[in-house]
Design a protein around this ligand. Structure first.
Ligand code: ADP
Length: 276
């Protein structure tokens, strides 16, 4: 297995916190896989993302124990800039990420490359390529403040993807989007997966997770409750204990089962069922 991220017995406590906020978490993420992190509010999803991307402990201190290894190197041994090139982070709220300091979407997407001192012709080429890939060429000359939430989230994704990171950590990108905006975002994530990127996503929409994610990590009160392939986790009888919504089809199937309908197989996504 080609590991890209490894957490070994990681625990973390915020400076003001009496208790550990992340407790003895261990997992491995394979290069090119799409892993979703799920769990109730306060279970530690955002904190874990911040540890994976090195924001903790590079920016935000507190007690961090255990090892976080990214691409075979401990995260504490990276320079912050090196980590930023390897791991792109997309915030939950596109209104934070898309600053509006720049006058056009083009300039907004180009901003990170300018900061790295990339040569101007290369910037133009790379930004144009990403605007086309993400299908936002028509927004190119718009002021970022004129955009809808969904458009803004796509621009936020573009401004990260243009930096060409190997790993994308995306924290609840669709929480403020309508179904069409949500579909656009998931199409972009799928495109990135097809390009071999490693995706780590926090998301509450279980139908989308069931459809797209290879693997799931379920967090509960700072600990890993369950982890494994998406199918294995949703099929695990303990999943129901954590008060997390099932994918819609799974819920229907489980209700049928509860009401005495014999089912040999519980689906997790809309798919053709095997012969039973
Ligand atoms: P989730 O993303 O699953 O909602 P968080 O990672 O935001 O969970 O929070 C996990 C725990 O850490 C919660 O108990 C929360 O109150 C606490 N926490 C989050 N951010 C901070 C912070 N900046 N300072 C102190 N405690 C925090």
């Amino acid at each position: 297995m080609n590991k890209i991220i490894e957490m070994k017995n990681v625990s973390y406590r915020y400076p003001v916190s009496d208790d550990w906020n992340i407790k003895n978490v261990s997992f491995t993420i394979e290069k090119g896989k799409f892993t979703a992190i799920i769990g109730n509010n306060g279970s530690g999803k955002t904190t874990l993302c911040n540890i994976i991307r090195g924001f903790i402990p590079h920016f935000y201190k507190g007690n961090l124990e255990g090892d976080v290894i990214v691409d075979n190197k401990r995260i504490v041994e990276y320079q912050l800039g090196q980590l930023g090139e390897k791991i792109g982070y997309v915030f939950q709220n596109p209104f934070i990420q898309v600053s509006g300091v720049k006058d056009t979407v083009f300039d907004e997407v180009a901003y990170g490359l300018e900061n790295l001192g990339v040569e101007v012709n290369e910037i133009i080429e790379r930004v144009n390529e990403i605007l086309k890939l993400i299908k936002i060429e028509h927004l190119r000359e718009k002021h970022p403040m004129e955009l809808s939430g969904g458009q803004r989230q796509r621009v936020a994704l573009a401004s990260i993807i243009v930096m060409n990171p190997d790993i994308l950590v995306i924290d609840e990108p669709t929480s403020q989007l309508d179904p069409i905006g949500t579909e656009h975002v998931f199409n972009i994530i799928r495109l990135m997966k097809d390009k071999g990127k490693t995706i780590i996503l926090v998301e509450h929409k279980m139908d989308l997770i069931a459809e797209y994610a290879d693997n799931l990590i379920v967090l509960h009160e700072g600990e890993i409750a369950l982890q494994g392939s998406t199918r294995a986790v949703f099929a695990d009888s303990r999943f129901g204990e954590y008060n997390i919504q099932y994918p819609h089809v799974t819920e229907v199937a489980l209700n049928l089962k509860k009401n005495g309908v014999a089912l040999k197989y519980v689906p997790i996504r809309n798919e053709e069922l095997p012969e039973s």
